[in-house]
Design a protein around this ligand. Structure first.
Ligand code: ADP
Ligand code: ZN
Length: 297
């Protein structure tokens, strides 16, 4: 099967061609600008390819309710050009094959469960910590949508005593994303996050907030694996600090080896590395074509 994949991120788009085994034959990355310009690059990449299906993992918020007239639209994004953009409609005009659409993070979670760190699991969470914070949830084998889709990045967290940074979420100020995203780190400490590698206080505070988020997710969703990706997680010292905070916040309440001795294999880096999102789009097609449920019908 020849599968097209589009990881439609708010900062960059990645397009690829791959197969049902998660192998990517070729890919291209370009900046996300206006919808017109960005989709013209998509068009150029796929122009001479005859694909059997297209998987799209998109930034959001994204309307995924099939009954809604706005199905497949990006909705309230702060990215002005993309507000209320009919992404699925634009792709349907371009592609005659079946299209399978989900959030970028749900796609990544499915990719990791298909071929990566959560292979063999029916319950996992993929969290990205980058320009924003978001998570894809696979629960009992299903990607969670519900009312909209989970917006884990905006969960409320307990502020650490003495942290006076107001937070940078335009909606909530000091939600998780407002306190712990890449831009929040930069606003709080006055330097871009990747330049703060040697400042231990930065990563201890970061782990304090992300540790709370993971604790809340463990207690509500009960994942069998938690995968952390995104630019900020490139700080290798952060993951062990997060594991420790999770153990502190849980305080021994959940008696499972995964939260004790084997926590290093429970809260992990993406098994698919930087390819989780793109391979996840391939996985959307593999899964969707089994249940014959394309978004484009
Ligand atoms: P996006 O979330 O836009 O798709 P990324 O996942 O690369 O893209 O996240 C970008 C954010 O990650 C920026 O805020 C940047 O400061 C931060 N970042 C990128 N690389 C690193 C790094 N090596 N260490 C810490 N933070 C980083
Ligand atoms: Zn928020």
């Amino acid at each position: 099967m020849k599968i097209g994949a589009i990881e439609a991120g708010g900062t960059k788009f990645v397009c690829g061609i791959g197969d049902e085994h998660g192998q990517v034959a070729k890919s291209i990355t370009f900046q996300t600008t206006t919808p017109e310009e960005t989709l013209s690059h998509v068009h150029a990449f796929f122009q001479s390819e005859h694909i059997d299906g297209l998987g799209v993992g998109a930034f959001g918020p994204l309307e995924l309710d099939r009954q809604s007239p706005l199905y497949g639209h990006i909705t309230t994004t702060p990215k002005r050009h993309w507000q209320h953009f009919n992404l699925l409609g634009a792709l349907k005009d371009e592609f005659s094959c079946d299209i399978y659409l989900d959030t970028d993070v749900n796609a990544a979670a499915l990719g990791e469960a298909s071929w990566g760190a959560a292979a063999g699991h029916q319950n996992c969470i993929y969290i990205t910590v980058g320009t924003g914070i978001g998570a894809g949830l696979l629960v009992e084998g299903n990607l969670v949508h519900g009312l909209l889709h989970p917006e884990v990045g905006h969960m409320l967290v307990r502020r650490r005593a003495g942290d006076t940074f107001s937070g940078c979420c335009p909606y909530h100020q000091d939600c998780l994303e407002g306190l712990a995203s890449g831009p929040a780190i930069q606003a709080r400490w006055g330097e871009e996050a990747s330049l703060l590698a040697n400042n231990d206080a930065v990563w201890m505070l970061e782990a304090y907030y992300l540790g709370q988020a993971l604790t809340n997710l463990i207690l509500t969703v009960s994942p069998e694996k938690i995968i952390l990706g995104g630019g900020v997680m490139q700080q290798a010292q952060l993951l062990p600090l997060i594991r420790r905070e999770v153990q502190t916040f849980l305080a021994g309440y959940v008696e499972k080896r995964e939260l004790g001795q084997t926590i290093d294999q429970y809260i992990v880096d993406p098994g698919l590395g930087q390819m989780a999102g793109l391979k996840g789009c391939l996985a959307l097609v593999v899964r969707g074509s089994r249940s014959h449920s394309p978004a484009s019908q």
